[in-house]
Design a protein around this ligand. Sequence first.
Ligand code: ZN
Length: 124
Amino acid sequence: MGLRKEKIETYRKTLHLRREVLAADLRQATAQMINDESSYTDAVDQAAADTDRNFILQMKNRDRDVLWQIDEAIKRLNEGSFGECERCGESISEGRLEAFPLTTLCIDCKAELESEEHRFPGRN
Ligand SMILES: [Zn+2]
């Protein structure tokens, strides 16, 4: 059972919008980092700048990961597999998709995987 066409268009719009916002953030963070390249005479300033840079780098990695997830979700929309659980093939509930449009797992599989992670902590 697939999603209705209008629903798919709504998800597509939402995902593209999120993608644009994230990509703009990433560009801005990169520009900010380049502007920060100026050398600091004060060691404290330098340390603060390094901390900022690490923070921005972490943020960028996370944003890139989300960007990748958005791209994958858009790909699934185009292929018509959006809304299917990649583990069991069942439809993911619309409520769950609306809350987490990037998810690839139905609530049951997600819960199962989480309890497995709980049983084998540290395994990833
Ligand atoms: Zn499933």
